[in-house]
Design a protein around this ligand. Structure first.
Ligand SMILES: [Zn+2]
Ligand SMILES: [Zn+2]
Length: 297
């Protein structure tokens, strides 16, 4: 099996936000104030990602690091970038693939930001090469326009076997009470920029607005074959999304909650990813598992 659950890895869970604006572009807090806010809220890391401004990572405190960040954009796309050392030339902004190639050549991570808010079809994202992921949830887009959720954009790309991870982010500008509403939980061997970037690259994280995913494993269920098990904090729905109608929804009875569910795995599903939704409508999202990594061909 080529798939590894982040829950089976050594290390710890670190909470972070990768999409943060400050007075260096269109945010209202300074970089120092923004970083201090996440530190005080119990986060372990953040990235300051101002528009076409590169903010290098730093060891901010013994219990908090920042990751090099920026947000690059041109006609019809915004690209969230983590771990970059040098900005591409602004003249490249109308060629998203050239920007992605430039970023990836530096070993950085590239994510399509808020695809629903941007309003371009998923086929455009699915045609891009070497993306690391997209934002499945963007807090400021949800609060201001109701376009923060991008689960269908994500599934369109996954169905085309484009291996994208899914980030939940604040995209905080400090104007709309959006701070803290979307974050990632990264499983890494230590709290350092390099270890966090490596774990993000390998998909060793889940995203959330509040619920906690507590375990995710493939179990051999004898004659029934392999089964994907998930355990989470108390939720009202656990959903398994796949390519086409091979997924399943488990809903709690009124007044009760669910904290685990299982789905038999089969090759036709192509991919499986999980969403857990709590009574307040807040979601947690696992990264996708591809069946060809789990089942013998
Ligand atoms: Zn943006
Ligand atoms: Zn932004």
């Amino acid at each position: 099996m080529n798939w590894q659950s982040p829950f089976s890895l050594p290390g710890q869970w670190y909470k972070g936000n990768l999409h943060t604006h400050t007075t260096q572009s269109d945010g209202t807090l300074s970089p120092d104030q923004a970083i201090a806010w996440y530190h005080e809220q119990g986060y372990d890391f953040c990235a300051v990602s101002d528009h076409w401004v590169l903010t290098p990572g730093q060891a901010y405190a013994p219990d908090f690091v920042t990751i090099s960040g920026t947000e690059l954009h041109g006609d019809g796309y915004h690209l969230l970038v983590a771990g970059l050392s040098e900005l591409p030339p602004r003249a490249m902004e109308h060629e998203p693939q050239a920007i992605i190639d430039h970023v990836k050549a530096q070993g950085a991570l590239a994510y399509i930001a808020h695809p629903y808010w941007t309003g371009r079809p998923s086929t455009e994202t699915a045609a891009l090469r070497d993306l690391d992921g997209l934002e499945v949830f963007n807090s400021v887009c949800e609060i201001t326009q109701g376009t923060g959720h991008a689960r269908i954009h994500w599934d369109d790309c996954l169905s085309a076997e484009q291996r994208l991870t899914g980030l939940a982010v604040d995209d905080v500008h400090w104007r709309f009470e959006e701070a803290g509403a979307g974050y990632v939980m990264v499983r890494a061997p230590e709290l350092s920029e390099i270890a966090l970037l490596d774990a993000l690259r390998q998909g060793h994280f889940y995203s959330s607005m509040g619920p906690t995913i507590q375990d995710l494993r493939v179990r051999d269920n004898g004659l029934e074959g392999p089964v994907l098990d998930v355990v989470c904090s108390p939720c009202v729905e656990i959903l398994f999304y796949t390519c086409g109608p091979q997924g399943r929804r488990f809903g709690a009875l009124p007044g009760t909650t669910l904290s685990h569910a299982s789905l038999p795995l089969q090759q036709e599903q192509i991919f499986v990813r999980i969403e857990c939704r709590d009574a307040q409508g807040r979601c947690a999202w696992s990264n996708p598992l591809f069946l060809r990594d789990v089942l013998p061909a």
